[in-house]
Design a protein around this ligand. Structure first.
Ligand code: FES
Length: 127
């Protein structure tokens, strides 16, 4: 046996591993919170996009993306604990994708943005 590990007493090695494990779990808890944040209202009207058959899209769920209605990675960097909705277009067609994040048919707009609840909400805030 050689190297730094052999020079440390077993007890010291155990303590080092425990500290390392604590660091990793606090890092994980910070970047992947167990309780996800609430989605925020990105906009109050849907965005029309042409989906291409067979192509995969990532619809923004958290509402923080600057590339609405699609994901730009903000859910991760703002530590929301949320993930985008990945979907594959079955056919090429223009659809209205939800940006208020209150639709019951994600990723599509179902008209919920017209409700008083959404219209009175502040952009960038949860409902
Ligand atoms: S934009 Fe969300 S339901 Fe229409």
């Amino acid at each position: 046996v050689s190297g730094v590990g052999a020079m440390l007493r077993p007890a010291a090695r155990g303590a080092w591993n425990l500290n390392q494990r604590r660091d990793i779990s606090s890092w994980l808890a910070r970047w992947f919170p167990k309780t996800p944040a609430k989605s925020v209202v990105a906009l109050k009207t849907p965005i029309k996009v042409e989906l291409v058959a067979g192509k995969t899209y990532r619809w923004c769920v958290c509402g923080h993306s600057k590339k609405q209605p699609f994901c730009d990675g903000s859910h991760f960097f703002q530590r929301t604990g949320l993930s985008p909705l990945k979907f594959k277009a079955q056919e090429t067609r223009t659809v209205a994708l939800c940006t208020c994040k209150a639709t019951q048919k994600p990723p599509y707009c179902d008209g919920t943005h017209r409700s008083e609840r959404v219209q009175k909400a502040e952009v960038g805030s949860p409902l």
